[in-house]
Design a protein around this ligand. Sequence first.
Ligand code: SF4
Length: 297
Amino acid sequence: MFKEIKVKSVLNKLKTQDDWFLVKYTVNPFIGCAFNCIYCYIHGSKYGGEDTSTLQIKTNAPAILYRQLKNRARKREYGFVGLGSSTDPYPPIEKDLKITRELLKIIYRFKFPVNVTSKSSLFLRDIDLLRKIDQKAILPENLKNKLKHGVIVSFSFSTVDPYLAGIFEPGASTVEERLETMKKFKQEGFLVGANLMPLLPFLSDSEEDLDKMIGKMKEYGAEFVLVGGLTLFGDKPVDCKVRYYNALEEHFPDLIRPTKELFGNSFAPSRTYQHKLAGLSRKIASKHNIRTSILKE
Ligand code: SF4
């Protein structure tokens, strides 16, 4: 089920370039996300919009983006556009809808670089356009000497265990499909990486889990991994905190208590946990000879 809406603006400009994803702008063709991952932070946080229970398609997004990017290009305010920061740009409906494809055409038209993040193998459909953007995009001054690509291809994983993925991200392409798609992009010469986020406490965040995940990412062509922990927001039935604990109750009831202890009253795990996760990911990434940042250090 989906709803069609019209928006006044589709290009969101960040105050400063994001350190992790290098994006200066974000564009989301949808409100809500068809993949409906249990842990998805857009449900219950300020990032998803007020109603994320139904997929809403911004039908006039291409026309609005055309006007807004044209304006930015005229002022030469180039910067990476993050496509899919609070929705996946390649839900099944995109196959016929082609709204993401239209947005990419406009991004190409005005020579903006783009960082596309997805959990879908449909991403591969647009490789022709992405190749053209990769070659022609104008990078912002601060990245010109650091990056040779106008496209960053990012795939997201919270686990590489198919059983866990089936529980927590049932609408996304399977882990195997995502890995294979990532490999194809790499073989075609793209800068490819993996967002390993959110790692699921006690399920996909141990040293052994990370070793397996990062090893797999390397094997399938990722040049970098960005690792992040889980966040839990909201108290409504559609909110990720409620849905996450419901899923634990159904599949891993023993993990409810330690998870609650880890989060305390916060939406994020303790600082100690986060430091440990960051240190562990750096250590394991270095073992697999893979970066923990998009840029080379
Ligand atoms: S694919 Fe991303 S945006 Fe979509 S539901 Fe899953 S976590 Fe949320």
